[in-house]
Design a protein around this ligand. Sequence first.
Ligand SMILES: [Zn+2]
Length: 1038
Amino acid sequence: MSQQGYVATPPYSQAQPGMGGYPAGFGSAPAQPLYRHYGGPPQSFPAPPTGMMKPVSSPSGMPPPQVPSHYGSNGQQNGAHPQSYPAPPYGQPLQSPYHSMAHQGPPPAQQLTNQMGAMNLGYGPGAVQSPQAPPTSHLTQQQFQTSPPTAMGHPPMGPHSSQMAHPQSPLAGPTMAGPQSMGGPPPMGGMGRPFPGPPPPGAGGFQQPGPGAAGPPGHPQQLQGQFGGQMAGPGMAGPGMAGPGMAGPFQGGAAQMAGPPQKKLDPDSIPSTTQVIEDDQAKRGGQVYTTNLRGQVPPLVTTDYTVQDQGNASPRFMRCTTYSFPCTADLAKQCQVPLATIIKPFATVPKNETPMYVVNHGETGPIRCNRCKAYMCPYMQFTDGGRRYQCGFCNCVNEVPAFYFQHLDHMGKRVDFYERPELSLGSYEFAATLDYCKNNKPASPPAYIFMIDVSYANIKSGLVRLVCDELKTLLDNLPREDGAESSMVKVGFVTYNKILHFYNVKSALAQPQMMVVSDTAEMFVPLLDGFLVNFQESRAVINNLLDQIPDMFADTNESETVFAPVIQAGVEALKAAECSGKLFIFHSSIPTAEAPGKLKNRDDKKLINTEKEKTLFQPQKAVYEQLSKDCVSQGCSVDLFLFPSQYVDIATMGDVATHTGGSVFKYSNFQVERDGQHFLSDLRKDVEKAIGFDAIMRVRTSTGFRATDFFGAIHMNNTTDVEMAAVDCDKAVTVEFKHDDTLSEETGALMQCALLYTTISGQRRLRIHNLSLNCSAQLSELYKSCETDALINFFAKSAYRAMLNQPLKTVKEILVNQAAHMLACYRKNCASPSAASQLILPDAMKVFPVYLNSLLKTGPLVGSAELSTDDRAHQRLSTTAMGVEDTQLLLYPRLIPLHNMDVASDVVPTPVRCSEERLTDAGMFLLENGCSLFLWLGQACPPEMIQSIFNVPSLAHVSIDLRSLPELDNPQSQKLRSIVDSLLDQRPSSMKLMIVKQKDRSEIMFRQHLVEDKGLHGGASYMDFLCYVHREIRQVLT
Ligand SMILES: [Zn+2]
């Protein structure tokens, strides 16, 4: 199998002449510089006073105080948070009503279980094997013979089981999915001790640097100089650097997983995601994360922390798979750890963190390196008394423009260092000049066009009336520039079925006017004046229109719709108005009317698990590809709200949205009463969210490596410029890097993401994010600095792209293979020698297998005829633009126990592991993954609890059709509702609340999110998967 990754063809690999219209590299080099201070001309946002920083009210404001690093000083011993969950019910067969759901198969993978029985588990720097560990298969076989039935009720395996020579791969789908493969915890010799154990001091052969090696030799002088001389002293170098004896975050190492052989494998002994999350929260939660150090590993995405920007972008904007790149391509190839950064350029920044500063050099524009065009940033080294600067990216020595000259202090730092965001911060913006505008003309404020399918289905469901009523109030909340009185976004309205209706809503009119376009083959916009208007000015006419629309089409019989012409109409309208914008399309059915982009039902379950399965996910028509290009070149983003009652070919219909920075929302079998609030919450969030338009992003790097691949709701016309019709606060682009040369430990790896875009008020800006990483010739440094959450984001996106071109089986094999190589390389090069029977995982990747296994079980990759093709395609498309927070939660949902919650406290109860074993009959649990929200009620849920939450006397009285919790005046009800509200508030999209009763049919939906268990539609349990990965690692090593 190829180890080179996926053979994915970019959707648009041909250069498109005539698109865009930007000069290469975001505008030409600055013209003859004029003297201008940053903070120049007045702008509609609160501009900073000339030559000074914008005043900040936040405690973490500028100039950066000399804050000592908090890290490495309050380490929490791994294991300091013992899990308080009840022991899993061993020996009791679980009454799972879903066995019939699973495919029948031969008793799978006994060999796996054998192997598990002999397997020791350790991770971190030099896991050591207990002398008690019994790694022989003979002993394992003995254990099988004496083993009681396992928790899932499968029959005890006989001695013959160890004769199974070829374990089934969990990727093999159906054959692994038999109920018996649920196996439950097999007997495990040598794993009696609960994970995690305390680290023996100084143990392990892990190549720990001594305190003197806290940073790479010759930690860049520019950082020392530029950040007020905050030295990366021993123990101050960030978590990845903790020396021996220090309570760094990776002290979980050297856990001895061995124990008396007769003990069963305790699920608590395998690495726990919830524990890792809790530990990080305990260690780094509530702290200030200062970005002054190169290669510093940030807190986990799940941890609650505050960022202080001191020269590197906040991890909210940029998060990496590792913070220490290998020096050479050979090392990178050897370890197979993807080198990637997930960039969320418009990430929401909490109110207590510094907002984005805008630097304005007036007509001169931003200062850039003459050679590589990188923007002025903390990595530029000033020399020659301040008259020149050396570019950190290409090493070119540039003259400092006269207007920008400043003297250096005795440290070689410019004396205006703290006054200039572009010298002292990781993230800031530049006001762009006309050079950066399309066709050298100033940009206009964007427009939002609401396009409502008024065919029979949408009228009948009540959707049209719901949308029209909502818009009357929602349009008051269009996004606006900070401090602006009202939004500058213009609005327009279209309704359609087989034909399109445009509306003139000019403020001067007494009544709105409708104009019909029935020739959808050559779409044009029949009116210019009065179509896109200011809502405040045209409020009366617009409200009049919104009142009339539901009645106008109340008696419609039209069930056919067009779709591509609707998008085309939106693009044409924006083109005519010379602005960028967004289309909000509310659509119900597959477009079968005679028109460009007409679609046929091509859903074919017979293709599942065949070579042709990929065709289900490939967009159907070239017409949509061209439409995406038209949209991107106009800066037209498409958000699609779908209300299907059957297959609508989301793979095709969602294609334009997912190439234009848009989103696809789906509400199957929509009913206003049941789903209305869920949809309206999504719509409100979507209309109000922070967003930039007509964006083009370039990621520049220091010499030796470069960005080679990009994943997101983006369009690529060439290999370097990432085009996004729009990019909002939830959209992330995952960027992969490859070496072209050797990287230097001394200078590290620098990256600069420059995003040119149009603000919501029509200003052209450049948003710059800078990040510096370490480089090392020691792979141990890379493994110490890995970020599992970022890794899995990369793996998910690359796999979901690859499945367009390769059979699912191949995609899954590549995933597991690469993971095995990553882990085997760690073992071979970084861990101390140990028996092959021991599974050793790098501490920073110890929960990677559970995420990977969860990914393999996601709808898109699972290949089950029981899942709807549209749902699979939808999940594939949505994941493409997700940030690290979203993929983390999607692949490891939060399962929150509610039955013991402290109603007096305002914290959310600590989540438990996503496994059936954690559920209790008398319990009540909330499960969320960012898309779905379940309230699970145990059969023996106490009536008092039911009464206080639902106001009914018993579980039997609780309606599973509830979509919100009744508002009751008691502490339990208030607490639970506040938890639900806070979860909904944190997520990019709204989640529909679903009530699930234990052992009800509806429980199936819930249970497929218990990612540590065997998949309902195929896929291994976490335990089985670990065995499988272990076997793969052993194979790599031999
Ligand atoms: Zn340069």
